[in-house]
Write a protein that binds this ligand. Structure first.
Ligand code: NAD
Length: 339
């Protein structure tokens, strides 16, 4: 089996490449990534010499490049992680989100139907459902929850999902979609909440928390997400959407305080900053379909997973310090002011 994994130099795609290369030595895994600011080949160091792994640099929205690659490789499966993924960036530059997340997806879909494919899997997000009120802990997103996006990021991901499902209906393309809650774990780019807080707390720097920190996110360890996608591409039903989440809801403030406690740092580092426009209040996934249909069960609870993740950042300072010292620094200064 030959699988093209797009966005495999990013956080979740990188973890997925590790998972697949190690678990399936007889599969060929091709990592197609543009290496934007979020792509980092250092993440692939542990697998780069394996015979069943190959990296190809390229843009999923570049039609002639994608078609040439499919002509040459004739993949059996495509798993699309490649995306502009940061909500804050989508507020300052929505167009790049349309280009990669929507046009990149349709380009891949067109290549898949031209060259024939056994499975196209779209890695999507629970953010396509919008948000839930904070005072209704009984409500969860199911696969039937209407799409109701809040940000340019989630709008671009919802658009892509609609194209993917339409290509199944119109062209009979064998597709699946997964919509996952917030991931955490190794190789997470340090602009996202958990690695941002870990790296800044270690340097005794202020910790920016949006609004009052009450927004609730449903955290899932990245390896549980990878396992879910592995199951869906092998056993998921064509044309179906599967929600992925582990019932680990925490307010942002709780997450920050958990990290501070684990690192033995004071809560006085927390600095509340002006809330993000349109900030979603609560995400919470109902993963029943994935559990009952495919037998998926997350291995990590949040308390164990976050402890291991903090330890990973302590053991792998080189990985994230390279990022923080580079282009990321300018971006951070523009968003939150000089350090
Ligand atoms: P990321 O930003 O860490 O990685 C994205 C990768 O895509 C990078 O390596 C980047 O170089 C690459 N890329 C960007 N534009 C490209 C293009 N035009 N062509 C080829 N490659 C390109 O993202 P992530 O957090 O790993 O998220 C991966 C996927 O999972 C995204 O589709 C995202 O919407 C989805 N998702 C993320 C989360 C989360 O918590 N991070 C949760 C649910 C779903």
């Amino acid at each position: 089996m030959k699988i093209i994994v797009t966005g495999g130099a990013g956080f979740i795609g990188g973890n997925f490449v590790h998972h697949m290369v190690n678990k399936y030595p007889d599969y060929q895994i091709i990592n197609l990534d543009l290496l934007t600011y979020a792509g980092n080949l250092e993440t692939l160091k542990p697998v780069e010499d394996k015979p069943n792994y190959k990296f190809v640099k390229g843009d999923i929205a570049d039609r002639s490049f994608v078609f040439d690659l499919f002509e040459k490789e004739k993949p059996d499966v495509v798993v699309n992680f490649a995306a502009e993924s940061h909500v804050d960036r989508s507020i300052t530059d929505p167009e790049s989100f349309v280009r990669t997340n929507v046009m990149g997806t349709t380009t891949l879909l067109d290549a898949c139907r031209t060259y024939g494919i056994k499975r196209y899997h779209q890695v999507s997000t629970d953010e396509v459902y919008g948000d839930l009120p904070l005072d209704r802990p009984d409500l969860f997103f199911t696969e039937e929850t209407p799409l109701h996006t809040s940000s340019p990021y989630s709008s671009s991901k919802a658009s892509a999902d609609l194209f993917v499902l339409a290509y199944q209906r119109t062209f009979g393309l064998p597709v699946t979609v997964s919509r996952c809650s917030n991931n955490y774990g190794p190789y997470h780019f340090p602009e996202k909440l958990i690695p941002l807080i870990i790296s800044r707390a270690l340097a005794d720097e202020e910790l920016p928390v949006y609004g009052t920190g009450e927004n609730v996110r449903d955290w899932l360890h990245v390896s549980d997400h990878c396992e879910a996608i592995d199951l869906i591409i092998h056993k998921g039903r064509v044309g179906e959407v599967y929600n992925v989440g582990g019932h680990n809801e925490r307010t942002n403030l709780e997450v920050v305080k958990t990290i501070l406690k684990a690192l033995d740092k004071p809560e006085s580092l927390i600095k509340y900053v002006t809330d993000r426009p349109g900030h979603d209040r609560r995400y919470a996934i109902d993963p029943k379909k994935l559990e009952t249909e495919l037998g998926w069960k997350p291995k990590y609870n949040f308390d164990t997973g976050i402890r291991q993740t903090i330890q990973w950042y302590l053991d792998n300072e080189d990985w994230w310090k390279h990022i923080i010292n580079g282009e990321y620094q300018n971006y951070f200064d523009n968003m939150y002011g000089e350090r």
